[in-house]
Design a protein around this ligand. Structure first.
Ligand code: SDX
Length: 392
């Protein structure tokens, strides 16, 4: 029961909460967004359509889809003082540190006049966060590479707008790669929501206090940053770098199995999936397609595939049902798209803002939601009397 706690705020004794958004069957490797299998959405939908679905519960018709894209595109710019605030960071500040700080600062720019008890205000706060995350993320990237920030081009779609703000420069036109656009949009779909993971639970817990949504999402970004969670995609590439080549795999697999060694195979294992993470299967296929389309031969992909092959034959991993998760292959695609490894978790945060805000909204619409108040299993001292200093 280590770490077991119960909520006394309308949550079940399992520490679970009620949600209608995403369903996972960890034993069968099933992931549904509002009832639609992730495989079908990955194959046939796009990130803005999935965003509408997660927020509203149904797929949009053509008019709803156009109106939604227009609404998002009207909120892509950030206050000019936020751009100045961002210029205060060192060039090598970790992008997730900047994201957490800048989104948290939205509380000072966009929170006044926003009433969390007003449904329309709540919806607009969610729209603003989803629309502005790419603008802030691209500016974080520009700060890192020392180039001027780019303004959003609202005539572009969500993913193309991000690519333009990241890789475009004022000096010349930027031609968006359809391969990069398609691959990034797919990764955003796969990362959009995932039931009550650590960062979403963080957002819900902070939200249950009535805190403003910008503070809630900043807390979610902080939680996602951890290498056991969203930070794993960055950690996977650093791990592959450390392993170096196939000849070292056995040594690192042995380290991962050694309880006295803190090393774990990053990108492997999952608290819920005790079967393949369906997202990993989709990303693995996309990895090959992207590298082939871009004409890239990445030795780290070969290394990752050999590592997966060896680990999945090893009794330690098989007996513990440790399979590759969503983070195992995603970094190889990000790297192929020219995204620096420090930005990988920022990409995850852009997508997961949709799940975080959808579940933050849902909490307000769920009757009898009360403040989250985890309990504990107490193992400390029994009641005892105070001993004055002179007697100690
Ligand atoms: C994400 O919750 C979500 O939905 C998250 C996420 C999302 O979309 O929001 O899916 C995104 O965070 C994916 C996970 C990314 N993290 C990593 O890839 C980091 C490496 N993985 C591990 O840190 C670990 O697998 C966790 C954190 C993901 C899960 O940790 P748990 O719940 O402690 O793992 P477990 O209970 O299933 O472990 C069972 C056993 C333990 O050993 P024993 O005590 O039984 O001997 O497996 C071992 C663990 O020590 N183990 C590993 C391992 N993961 C678990 N051993 C070596 N390498 C690993 N990666």
């Amino acid at each position: 029961q280590t770490g077991y706690f119960t909520y006394d705020s309308g949550f079940a004794a399992t520490g679970a909460c009620k949600s209608d958004i995403t369903f996972i069957d960890g034993g069968k490797g099933v992931l549904l967004y509002r009832g639609y299998p992730i495989e079908q959405l990955a194959e046939s939908s796009n990130f803005m359509e999935v965003t509408y679905l997660l927020m509203n519960g149904e797929l949009p018709d053509a008019q709803q889809y156009n109106d939604f894209n227009h609404l998002i595109s009207r909120h892509t710019m950030v206050h000019e003082k936020i751009r100045s605030f961002m210029k205060g960071f060192q060039y090598d500040a970790h992008p997730m540190a900047m994201m957490m700080s800048v989104i948290g600062s939205f509380s000072a720019f966009y929170h006044d006049g926003m009433n969390v008890n007003n449904a329309e205000d709540r919806k607009m706060a969610a729209i603003r966060l989803i629309a502005k995350m790419p603008t802030v993320a691209a500016a974080v990237y520009k700060n890192y590479v020392g180039q001027p920030f780019m303004y959003p081009q609202n005539k572009l779609g969500f993913t193309d707008r991000l690519l333009h703000m990241m890789y475009g420069v004022p000096a010349e036109d930027y031609v968006i790669s359809p391969v990069a656009s398609k691959a990034l949009d797919l990764l955003f779909i796969l990362h959009a929501d995932h039931e009550q993971n650590a960062s979403t639970s963080t957002v819900r817990l902070v939200g249950s206090t009535g805190a403003n949504p910008f503070a809630c999402i900043s807390a979610g970004i902080a939680s996602l940053w951890g290498p056991a969670h969203g930070g794993a995609n960055e950690a996977v590439l650093n791990m592959l770098d450390e392993i170096g080549d196939v000849s070292q795999i056995d040594k690192y697999v042995a380290k991962a199995k050694d309880k006295n060694d803190p090393f774990r195979l990053m990108g492997f294992g999952h608290r819920v999936y005790k079967n393949f993470d369906p997202r990993a299967t989709i990303i693995r296929k996309a990895c090959h397609e992207v590298l082939e389309d871009l004409g890239i031969v990445d030795p780290q992909l070969e290394l990752a595939m050999r590592l997966e092959e060896i680990a999945l034959k090893d009794e330690y991993f098989v007996s513990r049902k440790l399979y590759p998760n969503v983070d195992f292959y995603s970094g190889i695609i990000y790297k192929a798209l020219g995204i620096p490894v420090q930005m990988f978790t920022v990409m995850f945060a852009i997508a997961r803002t949709v799940g975080w805000t959808s579940q933050w909204l849902e909490q307000y619409e769920t009757p009898d939601t009360r403040i989250g108040r985890p309990r504990q299993v107490y193992g400390g001292a029994k009641t005892r009397d105070y001993v004055p200093l002179k007697n100690r």
